[in-house]
Write a protein of this length. Structure first.
Length: 381
């Protein structure tokens, strides 16, 4: 084949991820024929995603005002864990938390010192890590957002077809029960089904509450009930095989907390676009995409597993999370990790929320006297 590759792209699926893939690929390769084959009805989807949604919207041409108007979108700054088996009650994990310093000392280290010393009126940790809504993720009405993507895709020239036909590249976005070439994460994550669980009170922070084996997740203006059951969590070991790329629910199955499924799907799709257009026989390009995807998915697993493996739910921490927890338990530090999409402040807040405390404080936290430490904490709260 001598012409540009791919010149004909087929996207399979009926939900948000499929329509997002079709729109993104058409924007990236306007000369290519991009066709969408809607295999069955749209799946039940959760209207939640991380900050990567902004990058996706810039690529496809969805403005902030349009997103808010058409999908009822709001920003979310944090997730609050209520009635969790371990850790502090009502613990808040900021989505865009930062490791902040005052006087050369990490504020969370001063907070840990104050907690250890039994300080009176200990403030919440989250404000010391930053909880700005402007840097958080998004919550929206899934059905309205799907309709917006469908209109956008049709407007920019994505074709909707009834039969697959021929294509140079197929992007499969359909939920799958095919577990061939599948990495099983069931020892790290529970299998959960998701359903609407009643109305939530709109707030700047999500709330995750345990009730026996169920989780109740208030996200934006919706409440979801996550109950045991459903597909085995995990990922496809090789997402790009031949001329077929698995994306979204075809590539990974994880609980939807923090809006992780759509966050992962959009991140993977943006990475796919960066690797196009390769030649048809560009095995090295496919291998590099799979390598980077595997690194990112490993970081996703660590973040998704933290509440279940460290919060008293009885799951086994994956290797990356176990190392993270071990480093934090040593001196309260977060190791620098390549491809970790979670800000360091969010990791700090999450580990504290799950009950982890360092055996020893960082020596820098012991330098200020107690009055100075209290003033630094108060000024930053």
């Amino acid at each position: 084949m001598t012409s540009a590759y791919p010149s004909a792209i087929l996207v399979r699926g009926s939900g948000i991820v499929a329509n997002a893939a079709a729109a993104l690929l058409k924007r990236a390769l306007p000369a290519a024929r991009v066709a969408l084959l809607k295999d069955g009805p749209a799946p039940f989807e959760v209207g939640a995603c991380g900050a990567v949604m902004e990058q996706f919207h810039r690529k496809v041409g969805i403005g902030d005002a349009m997103f808010v108007r058409e999908a009822g979108a709001t920003r979310i700054s944090a997730t609050r864990f209520v009635d969790w088996p371990s850790g502090r009650d009502d613990a808040l994990v900021p989505e865009a938390g930062e490791e902040r310093f005052r006087g050369g000392v990490a504020l969370h280290q001063l907070w840990l010192r104050a907690e250890r010393d039994g300080a009176d009126a200990l403030p919440a940790l989250a404000p010391l890590l930053g909880t700005g809504v402007q840097d958080g993720g998004f919550r929206f009405e899934a059905s309205r957002y799907l309709a917006l993507l469908e209109r956008l895709a049709a407007h920019i020239g994505v074709e909707t077809i009834d039969d697959a036909g021929e294509a140079d590249l197929t992007v499969d976005c359909r939920p799958t029960t095919d577990r061939r070439d599948w990495e099983d994460w069931s020892s790290h994550l529970p299998a959960l089904t998701v359903q609407a669980g009643g109305e939530a009170v709109p707030a700047a922070a999500d709330t995750v509450r345990r009730d026996d084996d169920d989780l109740f997740w208030s996200a934006g203006a919706r409440c979801y009930r996550l109950s045991p059951g459903g597909l085995t969590p995990g990922r496809r070991a090789s997402a790009w095989q031949g001329d077929v790329v698995a994306a979204g629910p075809a590539a990974i199955a994880i609980p939807p907390l923090y809006g992780l499924p759509l966050t992962v799907a959009l991140t993977d799709l943006l990475r796919l676009v960066q690797h196009l257009p390769p030649h048809r026989d560009a095995a090295a390009t496919r291998d590099e995409y799979d390598r980077l995807t595997a690194r990112f998915h490993a970081a996703v697993l660590d973040w998704a597993a933290a509440p279940f493996a460290l919060g008293g739910a009885g799951m086994t921490p994956p290797a990356g999370l176990a190392e993270m927890a071990s480093r934090f338990a040593d001196r309260g530090r977060i190791p620098l990790r390549e491809y970790d999409f979670v800000p360091r402040g969010a990791w700090i807040a999450a580990l504290v929320a799950m009950g982890l405390r360092p055996r020893k404080l960082d020596p820098t936290a012991l330098v200020p006297d107690s009055n100075t430490a209290a003033r630094l904490i108060a000024a930053a709260s």
